[in-house]
Design a protein around this ligand. Structure first.
Ligand SMILES: [Zn+2]
Length: 381
């Protein structure tokens, strides 16, 4: 879902990425504004002015969503969480955190920081809109004021994984001390709103022929998916609670020297020690991961001319883990599209190998056992 991200660099120490789906939204917004909203609002202005207004408004909308997410991310850092980055995609932004929430109070402050930014932006744009500036400027400001306040209201719906749902969960968590229960209540409300939006959206689309009905149904569907994912994530986290990479990894895996030819690897290593993957090393330093499948797929005629380092997955594309990392963070890292196996590296040296299979096995073993503990929501919308 979140593949295809373009990095925009770092803002205040937080990496900002844009998903390609956002470019479609940006184009749709420019089109809707230039073709519908601004011409009906300011019919005297020219078509080119409407287009320029639409581009400026869309870019400032983009900046507004970014600031909302930075609000969450900066507050999360203040609370001592490691922030992986922000990704802007179809429905706005997603902040990715690492590590557990220190407390219900911290979750509350992180959740509320984003809506507070939207509130400030909404008020500032409304004030600009009523300041009596040229009509092109106040047209843009009025729309931005409206959209930021609409975003604020939507995000405050008390349904997980929306900000309002996080606020509600923090309050429930605080009052009963049971995070699992608080999450279930929040995600159940999320599902109810998801179905409600879908029903309402479909009805609007059918009975009024309204295109916003289709949007509402789409948002409902997204909410439903996200609430289900959040519920599953918290259940998984509870099952993996307390486990770290060092508890599950394979220590001292059979390694391969990167300078061996594929033929040498087949004769000297693969024949006697059969594994699906081998860490590749260069003087003790890990440089990549060799999948037996990708070597076996090479034509036999190339075995003596190709070296292992040419056939391996290079280090940049292999998920890298540390022994101290939590199992749930490792699960996120190993859900990568390039490799479901990761190298455990300590001080530049190979410590072990961990696959998603090792994690799911641990998960199945512990799933039935109830567990309480800290939470680390992965996504903060
Ligand atoms: Zn938010």
């Amino acid at each position: 879902m979140l593949s295809g991200n373009i990095s925009l660099g770092r803002i205040g120490g937080v990496e900002v990425r844009v998903n390609w789906s956002w470019l479609i939204v940006l184009a749709l917004i420019v089109w809707t504004l230039a073709d519908g909203v601004f011409p009906s609002q300011n019919p005297r202005l020219s078509g080119n002015t409407h287009l320029a207004m639409a581009v400026v408004a869309a870019l400032l909308f983009f900046a507004s969503i970014l600031l909302h997410e930075l609000g969450h991310a900066w507050e999360a850092r203040r609370e001592g969480l490691e922030v992986d980055g922000i990704t802007l995609w179809l429905f706005g932004g997603v902040s990715q955190f690492k590590g557990g929430f220190p407390s219900a109070g911290a979750e509350f402050r992180i959740a509320i920081a984003g809506p507070l930014v939207s509130l400030v932006l909404g008020v500032v744009f409304v004030l600009i809109a009523i300041a009596g500036l040229p009509s092109a400027v106040d047209g843009v400001a009025a729309w931005l004021g409206y959209i930021n306040l609409a975003l604020l209201v939507f995000n405050l719906i008390p349904a997980l994984p929306l900000d309002g749902g996080r606020v509600l969960r923090a309050a429930l968590w605080q009052s009963k001390g049971d995070l699992g229960w608080a999450t279930r209540v929040g995600t159940d409300i999320g599902r109810v709103f998801g179905y409600l939006f879908i029903g309402l959206g479909v009805a609007m689309f059918i009975f009024q022929g309204s295109f916003s009905g289709a949007w509402l149904a789409f948002i409902g569907w997204f909410l439903l998916q996200a609430a289900t994912a959040e519920a599953r994530y918290i259940a998984t986290e509870a099952a993996l609670h307390g486990l770290r990479v060092r508890d599950l990894m394979v220590r001292d895996p059979v390694t391969v020297d990167g300078d061996l030819t594929v033929g040498q690897f087949m004769d000297e290593v693969a024949r006697s020690r059969r594994f699906t993957t081998y860490p590749v090393v260069d003087g003790g330093r890990p440089i990549g991961l060799l999948a037996f499948g990708s070597v076996a797929a090479l034509p036999r005629s190339e075995w003596d001319s190709r070296r292992v380092r040419e056939a391996m997955l290079p280090l940049e594309r292999v998920p890298l883990l540390t022994e101290d990392e939590t199992a749930i963070d490792a699960l996120t890292a190993l859900s990568s599209p390039t490799s479901n196996r990761g190298l455990v590296v300590e001080d530049g040296h190979l410590a072990g190998l961990l696959s998603i299979t090792d994690l799911t096995r641990a998960l199945e073993l512990r799933r039935s056992r109830p567990s309480t503990g800290e939470s680390r929501p992965k996504l903060g919308v």
